[in-house]
Design a binder for this molecule. Sequence first.
Ligand code: PLP
Length: 389
Amino acid sequence: MVKLKQSNRLSNLPPYLFAKIDEMKRRVMEEGVDIIDLGIGDPDLPTPGHIIQRLYQAAQDPVNHRYASYNGLAKLREAISKWYERRFQVKLNPESEVLPLIGSKEGIGHAPLAFINEGDIVLVPDPGYPVYRAATLLAGGEPYFMPLRRENGFLPELNAISHEVARKAKMMFLNYPNNPTTATASKEFFQEVVRFAQKFNIIICHDAAYSEVTFDGYRAPSFLEVEGAKEVGIEFHSLSKTYNMTGWRIGFAVGNQEVLAALLRVKTNLDSGIFQAIQYAGIEALTVSVDETRKTVKIYQERRDTLVKSLKELGWQLIRPKATFYVWIPIPTGYTSMEFASTLLQKAGIVTTPGVGFGEHGEGFIRVALTVPEERIKEAVERIRTKMP
Ligand SMILES: *Cc1c(COP(=O)(O)O)cnc(C)c1O
């Protein structure tokens, strides 16, 4: 037997904080409890039928069974560029300013490899999607956490970053509409980001996975709508949340062509593109699925209303989300987020995500996903009413 020792790169990754909740969930399930799982950020609704049909059709054509090109079908890049212009009034060159990805997580995970040397700083939101930190560490970089505080609308305070740190920073991750806090960002904030990036020579990676999951008529802006944004950064998009396609693995990055070219160079050495039949399905989604998305978002909005209204009736202090399919809930004093999530599970059979799993500054909150039918949300609230201390 060979002696195994994981690389420093791997063993330096922080422990998986959700593992503890997964373990507890398994035990409660084994007791036969009917679990209501509000932990997972994965749509419960199916992919629209016309997208599935397109996959089915394209999968039958042998041309699509071969290796795809590294930078995606020209038709897909054109569909992305058209979608982007329709949605944000931003023009993109489909040749050089659009890069299809095997899900946006893939691009986020690989981006630091293109620019980060040992010890370089990457500015990472806390709380935040865990991949920003992990990708930084795997590339040998040092995450510097930007606290997202409620009193600042869960936006990072760029002025609070010392010049010393800012000068050493090569890259910054941002994510609005935000997972897990559900916060949104204005164009004014993005303008501030562009000025900061220009001043300190920092590449901005804005993750817009939830740009289409917005409520009450709110439309999330793109980072690239702001003047100068294309000179400093890129934006990640995903078909996962917009079209209920998490399992399909398709997303894209747009924006600065030098950044995209470097990311493509990493990818060319590691992957061989997206299955072409899925690319055709992606074109179908981006071209004709507007109504389907509207229906999906309406369902999340109804679930949000049900949850927020009935928890408020129980006296909970809630932040009513304008976007994303999460609710970021401040927990009662006297608990850590892990203790509160654990109590909800033990007493009421409800799975939630403790805020601390997204970073130190997620403490004091739990994240609830609206990815179950409305009856289950009602049932969850009823259990909270009757079973929680
Ligand atoms: C779901 C999610 C992603 C990943 O999306 P994929 O395209 O499925 O990889 C990226 N960022 C955030 C913030 C997410 O919540």
